[in-house]
Ligand binder design. Structure first.
Ligand code: SIN
Ligand code: FE
Length: 303
């Protein structure tokens, strides 16, 4: 088994981009290249793409505006108020404006870089994450300092892709991530340990409100992959991986259902989730639904 230090040199998943504007003008050839890299599982990294506070908004770097129960302050796409926050009416209105502005900027960025995705995109949640990651007491399954691909127990995505735009809004601390081997390699290792659902399981989980809608086999397998990776400390230590420190004021875009990632340290981040219909993907070599379909010998997508 390769050691973490020898394998580190083999991975180079962070691809710096020069843009400083949330609606950059990018020529077609460059856009196609960026899309190819993103779909292959790389991190598109924008070291100088700043999201600026308006006067007074810096106060939201302090986690006293979290309600104490949720780790993040969240905005759902169709809501007009944030969840998981506490403060005066003015604070909550200002928080909404801040988080909403990040959602609008992120969406503009993705639409500028990947106009072909436009018809297939659905804006999902936006979050402000104002708490230090390191040292948080969480169960292993919720421990995002362990490498994983994103998959949600109660929110089956039925093959919709998870495209995420992150921004380190902390003025001083980097956000430190680890990223790991390509999804196909990860799948080779763990898919044989996953199992399908028993008859009626998806129906029952929906009846019992464990899931918001019927879970598909795709979601069921992805969730097991998430858990198997996090539970395997040997894998965590020895899988080919790379650490990267996203500095204050930087932005990055990934398919977080595809890229193995772990957030190790950092204080304050903003995040936008976009669901993407897999019909929008041009390169199906690396995408999770395609890899699982090939490995299991049947289509994973529910139409
Ligand atoms: C995650 O998606 O695992 C966490 C990312 C972060 O908080 O930096
Ligand atoms: Fe994650």
């Amino acid at each position: 088994m390769p050691s973490a230090s020898t394998s580190t040199a083999q991975l180079d998943l962070i691809r710096p981009q020069p843009y400083t504007d949330w609606s950059p003008e990018v020529d077609g050839a460059t856009r196609a290249d960026l899309r190819r890299q993103l779909e292959q599982g790389a991190v598109l990294y924008f070291p100088d793409l700043r999201f600026r506070f308006e006067p007074g908004e810096e106060r939201f770097l302090d986690n006293r505006y979290s309600d104490g129960k949720s780790k993040n302050i969240n905005l759902r796409a169709t809501d007009t108020a944030v969840r998981g926050a506490q403060g005066s009416e003015q604070d909550l209105a200002d928080l909404y404006r801040l988080v909403r502005r990040y959602a609008d900027f992120s969406e503009k960025l993705v639409l500028s870089l990947f106009p072909e995705y436009g018809p297939y995109m659905t804006r999902a949640g936006t979050s402000l994450r104002p708490s230090e990651i390191a040292g948080r007491p969480v169960s292993w399954r919720k421990d995002d300092t362990r490498l994983h691909v994103d998959s949600f127990p109660s929110n089956p995505l039925l093959g919709q892709r998870l495209l995420r735009v992150f921004h380190n809004i902390d003025p001083a601390a980097p956000r430190v991530w680890r990223v790991g081997e390509p999804f196909a390699d990860f799948a080779q290792r763990f898919v044989p340990k996953t199992h399908g659902m028993w008859p009626g399981q998806a129906w029952l989980m929906k009846q019992l409100r464990i899931t918001k809608r019927k879970r598909s086999e795709y979601d069921h397998r992805m969730l097991q992959l998430h858990d198997l990776a996090k539970a395997d400390l040997d894998y965590q230590a020895n899988v080919p991986q790379q650490e990267f420190q996203f500095p204050p004021g930087s932005t990055w875009i990934v398919f977080s259902d595809q890229l193995l990632h772990a957030a190790m340290r950092g204080r304050s981040m903003m995040e936008q989730t976009i669901y993407l219909d897999p019909k929008a993907i041009s390169d199906h070599t690396h995408s999770p639904e395609a890899v699982l379909s090939r490995m299991l010998g049947r289509p994973m997508l529910v139409s």
